[in-house]
Every structure is written in C-alpha cells, then in structure tokens.
Design a binder for this molecule. Structure first.
Ligand code: CA
Length: 350
C-alpha cells in the first residue's frame, strides 16, 4: 500500500490495461500470418516490433500483474487500478478462440485481484462474437470472480453494439448492474482507409473517431431506450462527443425528419447525461477536463491514467492541481469510481 500521505482521497485509476502473455503470443501469430484487420496490423505491428525499446516498455508492463505494476503505481501515486484486457482483446479472434481467451484473461486477472484486493479491481473480458456465452461470462465475472464491470474494445470484426445480435451482452450488464467500459480500438475496416494512410489510426485520433462513433451509434439506435439502466463508461474525455453536444442535439431533428433516421426518446446529450460516465484517460489537460465537467456535470467525470500506455507522474500532478474544491477533487479521483464500479475500498482507506 502506497500510503496516501496528507491526501484525503484515494487515486483510483479506472482505465488501466493488461494482457496475458498467451494473448501477446497469439497476436504475434496473427501478425505473422497476415491478412488481418488493418487497424490491428498497424497498431500491434508497431507495438510488437519497433516499440520494444521504448522507455515505457509497454508490452512488458502489460503482462505484469504483480510487483512491477505495484511499484509503478507507487511511483505515480496510484492507490488502486481498475484493470481490463487491453484492446483489441478477444475481439480480433475467431469465435471459439475469443471465448477461450476471455476465460483465460479473466481467470488470470481474478487471481491478481485476489492477491492484491486493496490495489486491483477488474473488469470482465468477453467475446462478443458469441453474445450468449459473453452474457454468461459477465455473470461469472460478477458473481464468481468479483469483477466490477465489463470491457468492450469497440468494434468486433467491424460490427458495433447497436446491432441487436449483441444485445444479450447489454442485457446481462444491466441485469448484473455493472457498467460496460467502451474502450477504443483502431477504426474498423470500413472506416480506417484515409485514417491509416496518414498513420492517424491509433491514440492520436483514430481511437476517438472509432469509439465516439460507436457510442453515438448506440445512442441513435435506441440502445438506451431498450436498456434505460445500462451504464457506459467512456475514456479520453468522452472521445470528443462532449465538444459536439450542441451540434448533435441541434442536428438530431433533421436526422430524423429529413433523413429518415430512427427516432429515439431523448436527445443525444440527454443519454450522455443519464447513461454515460467519462474518464480523463490520456487527457491530462485542464481546459478539456473543466469543459467536460461543465457540459456533462462534475458527477460524470472521473480519473484514469491509461497505464501503461500513459505512465506520467506529471499527469497525476495535473489532476491534483485542477481548480476544484477538495470535495470535487475527491469525487474525481475516488467517489464517482466507487459508485459507478461499486468498489469496496474500505480496505484501502487506512
Ligand atoms: Ca486505454
């Protein structure tokens, strides 16, 4: 335990990644065989070849659920990580392999959470390729493994969660009362062409295009009318959607009346303020954080680091120094995460 000194809040980081060695090895195999999703080829071709010597040493850090991770958390002052299987997780595999990988990843993560219950919490990985199996895994994650939500790494072979075939997953998350973290992936095959041409497909821009679009598709398809209690968490300050709120609402009417789009019960901004929570992963930038708090509400924006892809003590300090009241800061770092993910942090409060 890192000891939180004079702080009266825990720093809970909510979008923190891991990958079992078996998954990294399977991904290497996919890259060697070729003929794969172009976003995966671009991003993981990069991480698994040229990136190895990079200071963050992302690939090694992803695979550690023990001392190295704990020591990195101590170094940056993170009390607790909410850990999930990194993108694209299972979603690059065929159905059977994906389901097996989800089970394997969840068992490894659950072991780590049991070993360090005050430092780690976990999200359930699923294989959306088999929605009924995924729904069962969500139930196992909550009832047997003690997980606090579900991770979905955006598209699955170019398909999105507004497709009703995936709705057993949403139904299970709502029934178990756990949030789905809608995490970025590289843009799907149909979206990536002009983005990857200029190597903009990763965290610099493509992740936000893909993931913001995914959330918007869910909203206008009526997902949150069918599942009004479903909770979604979205990183990177909402993948740019908060900046678009006015225009989304303004243009929504013409989308329905003039262009034949499906009508839903609320305006896009109303779903974002009812069903969606936002994290600051990779966006340690005060103007954007304050803007997002202003337009969505301070009770919707919580802290994330995005370890190990982001691993910067300065970014933690930026969050510590935001112009917030002590109570607002405690909510940003701790309170919202405790409620949305239903964390038991009593053990870590000493
Ligand atoms: Ca991330």
């Amino acid at each position: 335990m890192t000891g939180n000194g004079h702080r009266d809040y825990l720093r809970i980081a909510t979008e923190e990644a891991f990958a079992p060695p078996e998954v990294i090895s399977e991904w290497r195999g996919l890259l060697e065989r070729g003929d794969i999703d172009p976003g995966f080829a671009s991003l993981w071709g990069f991480f698994l070849t040229t990136r190895a010597e990079r200071p963050q040493n992302v690939v090694a850090r992803l695979q550690d659920l023990g001392e190295r991770r704990l020591s990195d958390m101590d170094f940056t002052g993170i009390d607790k990580q909410i850990i999930s299987l990194t993108a694209p997780g299972t979603q690059i595999f065929d159905t059977d392999r994906a389901t097996g990988i989800a089970t394997l990843a969840n068992d490894q993560l659950a072991d780590a959470c049991r070993a360090h219950p005050d430092r780690f919490a976990g999200l359930t990985a699923v294989a959306p390729q088999d929605p009924d199996a995924a729904a069962k895994e969500i139930e196992r994650g909550v009832t047997q493994l003690g997980f606090n939500g579900v991770i979905i790494n955006s598209h699955t072979h170019g398909e999105y969660l507004d497709n009703q075939k995936f709705w057993p997953i949403l139904e299970a998350a709502e029934a178990q009362d756990v949030p789905i973290y809608l995490h970025p992936n590289t843009p799907s095959r149909g979206l990536i062409g002009p983005i990857v041409e200029q190597r903009l497909d990763g965290a610099i821009y493509g992740f936000a295009v893909e993931t913001g679009l995914h959330l918007l598709r869910m909203i206008v398809a009526g997902v949150f009318d069918r599942f009004p209690r479903l909770r979604l968490v979205v990183g990177h300050l909402g993948e740019a959607l908060p900046f678009w709120l006015y225009r989304l609402d303004y243009m929504y009417a013409s989308r329905v009346s003039g262009r034949g789009g499906q009508s839903v019960e609320l305006l896009p901004s109303e779903y974002l303020k009812r069903n969606v929570w936002i994290t600051t992963s990779g966006m340690a930038w005060e103007p954007a954080i304050q803007f997002t708090r202003q337009v969505l509400g301070g009770d919707r924006v919580m802290y994330a680091m995005d370890y190990p892809y982001e691993f910067e003590a300065d970014e933690v300090r930026t969050h510590d120094e935001l112009a917030l009241t002590a109570g607002e800061r405690r909510e940003l770092f701790q309170g919202i995460a405790e409620r949305v993910f239903k964390l038991d942090t009593a053990a870590a409060k000493g």
